[in-house]
Design a protein around this ligand. Sequence first.
Ligand SMILES: [Ca+2]
Ligand SMILES: [Ca+2]
Ligand SMILES: [Ca+2]
Ligand SMILES: [Ca+2]
Length: 258
Amino acid sequence: MYSIITGNINGDFAIDSTTGAIRTVNTLDFETMSGYALTIQAEDQGVPKKSILVNAFINILNVNENEPDFTPSDIYNAAISEGANYGDVILTVGATDADGDEVSFTVIAGDPSGMFNIDSTSGVIRLLGTLDRETLPSFTLKVEAKDSHGLVSQATVNISITDENDNSPICSPSSITKYIEEDEAVMASIASLTCLDADLGVNQELLYVIDGGNTERKFAINAITGVINLVNSLDFESTKVYSLDVAITDTGQGRRKV
Ligand SMILES: [Ca+2]
Ligand SMILES: [Ca+2]
Ligand SMILES: [Ca+2]
Ligand SMILES: [Ca+2]
């Protein structure tokens, strides 16, 4: 009669009491239990019974080797202001490894100018350079997770750069000279300013205001389009030249003006 006396953790094994054959009764998992030390008793049926104890060592082979698995998914999205500072944290990637292996992270593509640093252990991605949304509005990094057996997996990290109001409007040309007849019709369009702002949204939208030289209120400017109209009739004999100053401001924070 054979029986397992000790070491049968979780009851993972059974022994045939007649033949002594040991078989598994549960699914084994290297990650949970990498080996067993069983003590087997063999007992005869004589009177009195005599028995002997035998040790059986069972090593479990790790056949279920897993690559790291990014959590919660292998696509990460983050946004950071173009005004962010050196060393600012952008996001943290993470990975689990079913084998319990240590995982290390590296950026393998998408960062040719070395703008980002990833901490190989923690997965924290930091800014290492100066961003400019007007030059490069987004980055797509490929991050690799590697376990201690060399198995790898990859994640995509999309970083979009959000706008700061760091550009002033630019007008080209910056001054316009117009010759108009003194009998020009009131409400006629006289001149149009063409100004642009490299930022986005309210940081880009412009407001035009005449802030000098508009004596006798002869002219008006459309605040949105920058078109200047004559609004009162002219008289060559009284005034020959008007020199209008136009202020152009964007509507973003800290309004930038020319
Ligand atoms: Ca692994
Ligand atoms: Ca910029
Ligand atoms: Ca900007
Ligand atoms: Ca602007």
